[in-house]
Design a protein around this ligand. Structure first.
Ligand SMILES: *Cc1c(COP(=O)(O)O)cnc(C)c1O
Length: 358
């Protein structure tokens, strides 16, 4: 039996997608082999790969002057790939520091060029997103990088920054959770294992005029121009992840697309935050306007009860509620594949636990 899985990543996948993958695993579309066992250059695989890209383009409304790349290395490799491709000699890139993942991107970029931290909310422990009016942007910056959803802190932007330089965003934990105006961005990247598919696949959506300017020593596999020119197949791409992401895109279209997901994700998040706020037992420290709809960290009134909370929630079939090892506490991740019933069951459990321990 499948439990309710609140893991931050690798995260829950839709049961319907797993069942379909299982049914077509040994003999994909009467080819006599699984999709994992065929050449990535075969007509069959390229057909499935192209269909996945077309479905993603339709879900997000990706304009035709953007390339979509299906890469490896996770969001973390993009922390390097972005400056190696976009940050020219003598140029400066602006970064907004909103927590652990933004800092990961900053640290890596600092190895390749000038980085200006244009704003940080570190002074209040990253409990709010710095208002854009306070950002100290560089004139003629190569790009502005931000982290729309801080997966560990549970902090989410409630606006898309309006900047002159190309806007670069690490959408690892919130891509496909709601409609997005891709035309506002120069580059979007996301590791797949939160809201797209299995670990091992990384999506990059990049505006065409930004590619082809990479630093000369860049590894070919990290060069967006080379990847775009070869259809993300300079070498063997992560074929199974690409295929499974394609099944998730089809599932999202069947659910009604990103507008339907937005409505459901809002409902899930509201249910949980409203309960936390009125419980008097649980707490979430984030400025309400910046509370993440995807990752909900919370603490218990008495932290010595955490062990019991985790043991009892696990026994009740509510899995992976421990917070990130760097911050502790609890965290419930509510990605697209987590159904409303999972959140209802979580709130019912939390109520009962608070009653017994309050
Ligand atoms: C998980 C995550 C990362 C790291 O992703 P990897 O695929 O493990 O490299 C980076 N940024 C954000 C926002 C994340 O949620």
């Amino acid at each position: 039996m499948r439990a309710f899985n609140f893991c931050a990543g690798p995260a829950a996948l839709p049961t319907a997608v797993l069942n379909r993958a299982q049914s077509e695993l040994p003999d994909w579309h009467s080819t006599g082999m699984s999709i994992m066992e065929m050449s990535h250059r075969s007509k069959d695989f390229v057909g499935a790969a192209d269909k996945a890209e077309a479905d993603l383009r339709s879900l997000l409304g990706i304009p035709s002057n953007y390339k979509v790349l299906f890469l490896q290395g996770g969001a973390t490799l993009q922390f390097s790939a972005v400056p190696l491709n976009l940050l020219g000699a003598g140029q400066t890139a602006d970064y907004i520091d909103t927590g652990i993942w933004a800092q990961g991107a900053i640290k890596e970029a600092q190895r390749y060029g000038n980085v200006n931290i244009a704003a940080t909310s570190g002074a209040d422990h990253y409990h709010h997103v710095p208002a854009q009016s306070t950002w100290n942007l560089t004139p003629d910056a190569a790009y502005v990088h931000y982290t729309p959803n801080e997966t560990i802190g549970g902090l989410q932007y409630d606006f898309i920054p309006e900047v002159e330089a190309p806007l670069v965003a690490d959408f690892s934990s919130s891509i496909l959770s709601e409609p997005l105006d891709v035309s506002k961005f120069g580059l979007i990247y996301a590791g797949a294992q939160k809201n797209i598919g299995p670990a091992g696949l990384t999506l990059v959506i990049v505006r065409e005029d930004l590619i082809g300017k990479a630093q000369s020593t860049i590894p070919s596999l990290l060069d967006y121009a080379k990847q775009a020119n070869s259809g993300s197949m300079i070498n063997t791409p992560p074929t199974f992840g690409w295929y499974l992401a394609g099944l998730v895109f089809e599932w999202l279209i069947e659910q009604g697309g990103l507008t339907a997901m937005q409505k459901l994700n809002q409902e899930k998040a509201t249910l949980l935050y409203d309960y936390i706020d009125r419980s008097g037992f649980y707490a979430n420290p984030i400025n309400p306007a910046n509370r993440s709809k995807m990752n909900v960290p919370f603490t218990l009134a008495d932290s010595s009860l955490e062990k019991a909370f985790l043991a009892e929630s696990t026994a009740a079939g509510l899995l992976n509620l421990a917070g990130h090892r760097s911050v502790g506490g609890m965290r419930a991740s509510l990605y697209n594949a987590v159904p409303l019933e999972a959140v209802q069951a979580l709130v019912a459990f939390m109520q009962d636990f608070a009653k017994r321990n309050g």
